[in-house]
Write a protein that binds this ligand. Structure first.
Ligand code: KG4
Ligand code: ZN
Length: 349
């Protein structure tokens, strides 16, 4: 079965081609980073216009890379939400038109579920049940994953997402958008112990997250750092980047391992754009190894937004008979507990 997966939820236009739910034949992403960089964040109007311009070439490139033709497709999977509504609509209406003209099923996919399942694009996959941390620019969530489509939300951010915190700190430092990669690179030459930023634990038993207090602490620290004469500065910008990254990583590692232990599982998966972070991967794997827990990460191209994970999620929804009508609409907000099989928090202490 050949599925084309399309994602236009935010600032990447992507198309993936997946055979039989496992074999990625193509995964093409057109990034809009250069366009949004100078604005310090994604500008929704520019993003949707750019999706319009790039979607058809991206899909054609994916088909070419996968040596397939439109007529070879068995189904089209597309992100329904969550995301920027103008951006989502471009992908969704294109997919509807394609499914209608090819007379093949349309599958509406939840972008969060796609990040959660992206680990199944890899040859090494976690055994069910396991704990999953999804950390992206829009979301930070912990799930208990019992099977495809069978999830319980254990905790999530009450304010900023982890990736959003990286992006905001990069903006405070004047480093543009997006922030994750530049902050990680800067942190490499810094001393994480030079300053101690606060960690929000949200109560002893809580698996929720909060990053806005940390962001404010970095803002205040940066302000006094910038105002001080250079000779009197107690730390460098790199030290601040490293100390900030360490605070985020500390919380993500400890809460993920707490979830694993509380659920009595032996594996975890970490996905979403922030899962590209080398410090997070290193600290998570080291801490997990000490406790005999295995941790799985998708390769970076499957951590950030991509069409292959949409095709994969579409495949599993299709197996459950969940196809969409042509009247399906975009959903800017689309919590996973709205999915068939989604549950919320019954394991949270
Ligand atoms: O999953 P993704 O591509 O898009 C969303 O669905 O949000 O994630 C993008 C987010 C951005 O906030 C970006 O700063 C962050 O992932 N990110 C990173 C790294 N690479 C990307 N954060 C920390 N370290 C990185 N190396
Ligand atoms: Zn995403």
């Amino acid at each position: 079965m050949l599925i084309l997966g399309i994602d236009t939820s935010c600032d990447d236009t992507s198309a993936g081609l997946l055979r039989d739910g496992r074999e990625v034949l193509a995964n093409v992403v057109h990034s809009q980073i250069a366009l949004h960089h100078r604005h310090g964040g994604v500008v929704p109007e520019l993003a949707s216009r750019e999706h319009l311009r790039n979607l058809i070439p991206v899909v054609e490139e994916a088909l070419k890379a996968g040596e397939a033709d439109f007529r070879d497709l068995d189904a089209i999977a597309v992100t329904q939400g969550p995301g920027l509504v103008g951006s989502l609509l471009v992908g969704l209406y294109y997919a509807k038109a394609l499914a209608f003209s090819l007379e093949i099923p349309l599958i509406a996919v939840n972008h969060l579920e796609a990040h959660l399942l992206s680990i199944f694009l890899e040859p090494e996959t976690p055994p069910f049940p396991y704990a999953a941390l999804t950390v992206s620019g829009g979301h930070t969530q912990l799930y208990h994953v019992r099977g495809y489509g069978d999830y319980t939300l254990l905790g999530q951010t009450v304010d900023d997402a982890a990736g959003e915190a990286f992006d905001k700190v990069a903006k405070i430092f004047g480093l543009g958008y997006p922030g994750g990669r530049v902050i990680e690179a800067l942190a490499r030459s810094g001393d994480a112990g030079a300053i101690r930023f606060p960690r929000a634990w949200m109560g002893k038993e809580s698996l929720d997250f909060s990053f806005s207090g940390l962001k404010t602490a970095v803002l205040l620290q940066h302000r006094s750092w910038a105002e001080a004469p250079e000779a009197e500065r107690a730390c460098s910008l790199a030290d601040m980047a490293a100390a900030f990254q360490e605070a985020v990583v500390d919380v993500l590692v400890q809460k993920t391992l707490a979830a694993v232990e509380r659920m009595g599982v032996s594996a975890a998966a970490v996905a979403g754009g922030v899962a590209c972070n080398g410090r997070l991967r290193g600290r998570m794997s080291a801490a997990a190894q000490e406790r005999g827990i295995s941790v799985f990460y998708p390769r970076p191209a499957y951590c950030t937004d991509n069409g292959a994970m949409i095709a994969l999620t579409g495949y599993h929804r299709f197996l459950k008979g969940e196809t969409a009508g042509l009247d399906v609409d975009a959903r800017s907000k689309f919590p996973m507990d709205d999915l068939p099989g989604g549950r919320r928090g019954e394991l949270q202490g």
